[in-house]
Design a protein around this ligand. Structure first.
Ligand code: CO
Length: 134
Protein backbone atom coordinates (compact mmCIF):
# COMPACT_ATOMS: atom_id res chain seq x y z
CA UNK A 1 0.00 0.00 0.00
CA UNK A 2 2.69 2.51 0.99
CA UNK A 3 4.86 4.26 -1.54
CA UNK A 4 7.49 6.94 -0.95
CA UNK A 5 7.72 9.16 2.09
CA UNK A 6 6.20 12.33 0.64
CA UNK A 7 7.14 14.52 3.59
CA UNK A 8 7.87 14.67 7.29
CA UNK A 9 6.00 17.45 9.08
CA UNK A 10 7.27 19.54 11.98
CA UNK A 11 4.95 21.85 13.91
CA UNK A 12 6.59 25.18 14.68
CA UNK A 13 5.51 28.19 16.75
CA UNK A 14 7.08 30.73 14.35
CA UNK A 15 7.14 29.86 10.67
CA UNK A 16 9.39 32.77 9.66
CA UNK A 17 11.99 31.78 12.25
CA UNK A 18 11.80 28.12 11.26
CA UNK A 19 12.11 29.04 7.58
CA UNK A 20 15.23 31.07 8.37
CA UNK A 21 16.81 28.10 10.19
CA UNK A 22 16.28 25.76 7.25
CA UNK A 23 17.10 28.31 4.53
CA UNK A 24 19.93 30.29 6.12
CA UNK A 25 21.48 28.00 8.76
CA UNK A 26 20.96 24.65 7.03
CA UNK A 27 21.20 26.00 3.46
CA UNK A 28 18.08 24.27 2.14
CA UNK A 29 15.63 25.47 -0.48
CA UNK A 30 12.35 26.50 1.20
CA UNK A 31 9.09 27.18 -0.65
CA UNK A 32 6.88 30.26 -0.26
CA UNK A 33 4.47 30.13 2.69
CA UNK A 34 1.04 28.80 1.82
CA UNK A 35 -2.05 29.37 3.99
CA UNK A 36 -4.35 26.34 4.19
CA UNK A 37 -7.44 27.57 6.06
CA UNK A 38 -9.25 24.26 5.55
CA UNK A 39 -6.46 22.56 7.53
CA UNK A 40 -5.90 25.37 10.05
CA UNK A 41 -2.21 25.75 9.19
CA UNK A 42 0.24 27.80 7.18
CA UNK A 43 2.96 25.66 5.61
CA UNK A 44 6.27 25.84 3.83
CA UNK A 45 8.08 22.92 2.27
CA UNK A 46 11.81 22.37 2.68
CA UNK A 47 12.83 20.69 -0.56
CA UNK A 48 15.45 17.98 -0.11
CA UNK A 49 16.93 15.63 -2.72
CA UNK A 50 14.96 12.60 -1.50
CA UNK A 51 11.89 14.05 0.25
CA UNK A 52 10.43 17.18 1.79
CA UNK A 53 10.05 18.56 5.29
CA UNK A 54 6.79 20.40 5.89
CA UNK A 55 6.92 23.16 8.51
CA UNK A 56 3.47 23.88 10.00
CA UNK A 57 2.37 26.98 11.88
CA UNK A 58 -1.12 27.33 13.38
CA UNK A 59 -3.64 29.37 11.37
CA UNK A 60 -6.93 30.60 12.82
CA UNK A 61 -8.80 29.92 16.03
CA UNK A 62 -9.23 26.16 15.88
CA UNK A 63 -5.94 25.01 14.47
CA UNK A 64 -5.45 21.26 14.87
CA UNK A 65 -1.82 21.87 15.84
CA UNK A 66 -2.52 24.41 18.61
CA UNK A 67 -2.80 21.75 21.33
CA UNK A 68 0.33 20.03 20.02
CA UNK A 69 2.31 23.27 20.36
CA UNK A 70 0.96 23.84 23.86
CA UNK A 71 2.56 20.53 24.85
CA UNK A 72 5.69 21.14 22.75
CA UNK A 73 6.18 24.91 22.74
CA UNK A 74 9.46 24.76 20.79
CA UNK A 75 7.81 22.67 18.08
CA UNK A 76 8.21 19.00 17.29
CA UNK A 77 7.69 16.24 14.79
CA UNK A 78 3.98 16.20 13.98
CA UNK A 79 3.28 13.63 11.25
CA UNK A 80 4.75 11.57 8.45
CA UNK A 81 3.14 11.49 5.01
CA UNK A 82 3.27 8.37 2.84
CA UNK A 83 2.22 8.25 -0.78
CA UNK A 84 -0.49 5.84 -1.92
CA UNK A 85 -1.78 5.09 -5.41
CA UNK A 86 -5.49 5.13 -4.50
CA UNK A 87 -6.53 6.83 -1.29
CA UNK A 88 -10.05 5.37 -1.25
CA UNK A 89 -8.77 1.81 -1.65
CA UNK A 90 -6.19 2.51 1.08
CA UNK A 91 -8.82 4.01 3.42
CA UNK A 92 -11.24 1.14 2.97
CA UNK A 93 -8.63 -1.52 3.53
CA UNK A 94 -7.27 0.27 6.62
CA UNK A 95 -10.78 0.63 8.04
CA UNK A 96 -11.45 -3.04 7.39
CA UNK A 97 -8.30 -3.76 9.43
CA UNK A 98 -9.66 -1.65 12.31
CA UNK A 99 -7.63 1.54 11.82
CA UNK A 100 -9.29 4.86 12.60
CA UNK A 101 -9.42 7.51 9.90
CA UNK A 102 -9.65 11.05 11.29
CA UNK A 103 -12.37 13.55 10.46
CA UNK A 104 -15.36 12.44 8.40
CA UNK A 105 -13.22 9.94 6.51
CA UNK A 106 -13.45 11.81 3.23
CA UNK A 107 -10.17 12.96 1.70
CA UNK A 108 -9.40 16.68 1.83
CA UNK A 109 -7.22 18.52 -0.63
CA UNK A 110 -3.70 18.80 0.77
CA UNK A 111 -0.94 21.34 0.24
CA UNK A 112 0.00 19.81 -3.11
CA UNK A 113 -3.55 19.91 -4.46
CA UNK A 114 -3.84 16.13 -4.02
CA UNK A 115 -6.28 14.16 -1.80
CA UNK A 116 -5.07 13.46 1.74
CA UNK A 117 -6.32 11.61 4.83
CA UNK A 118 -5.00 11.34 8.37
CA UNK A 119 -4.88 8.15 10.46
CA UNK A 120 -5.15 8.00 14.24
CA UNK A 121 -1.74 7.93 15.99
CA UNK A 122 -2.97 5.32 18.48
CA UNK A 123 -3.23 2.83 15.64
CA UNK A 124 0.25 3.60 14.24
CA UNK A 125 2.76 3.42 17.07
CA UNK A 126 2.04 6.89 18.36
CA UNK A 127 2.64 8.60 15.01
CA UNK A 128 0.07 10.65 13.16
CA UNK A 129 0.09 9.30 9.60
CA UNK A 130 -0.97 11.26 6.53
CA UNK A 131 -1.72 9.46 3.28
CA UNK A 132 -1.46 11.37 0.03
CA UNK A 133 -2.68 10.06 -3.30
CA UNK A 134 -0.10 10.75 -5.98
CO1 CO B 1 1.49 16.89 5.76
Amino acid sequence: MLGRVNHIAIAVPDLAAATAIYRDTLGARVSQAQALPEHGVTVVFVELPNTKVELLEPLGENSPIAAFLEKSPFGGMHHICYEVDDIIVARDSLRAAGARVLGDGNPKTGAHGKPVLFLHPKDFNGTLVELEQV
